[in-house]
Design a protein. Sequence first.
Length: 199
Amino acid sequence: MRSLAEFIKTTLIGGVLVVVPIYLILLLILKALAGVMGLVSPITQGLPQTLPLRELLAILILIAACFVCGVVVRTGPGLRAKNAFERTVLERIPGYALIRGLTGRIAGKAEEDTFVVVLVEIEDALVPAFLIEECDDKHVAIFVPSVPTPAAGSIYIIERARVHPVDVPFTRAVSVISKWGAGSKELLAGMKRAGLRST
């Protein structure tokens, strides 16, 4: 009887360890799809009701629009118009510069001196963050991302002495944050490497 109870318990635990991660992954995928559908809903509503696969067509239209914008921005007049529009309109929107910088770093197209990966001393812990800018001789501005969505988070102005550079790529730090901290040992090892380089 005891062996049967042990078998049932271990089998149930094994099933839970398989089913729960799959369930959570499906929830995340469904949430991402819902976000995409919400993004393209204005395009979908503009398409005829009788058109099949309207959502898929709306996504393709959005991708095509992004591609066309990318082509236009590669031209001289397009780049000047984009820069002027950013300066006069977009940079006045709260959070735009931060999200643009994060997106650029993920794409590998941002300046090297921004969004440096750091570990920050907050209370008794080391917290993954990104260095935004130098404020003065003693203070820096950092962005502490939320888990598991690194594009959201909080801004801190903090003493430079509490901020430790980390020798890992930006995309790797984003991956650790997106995975609820899995791989944090790489950030700690990167902080030690950066410390050895600076001595």
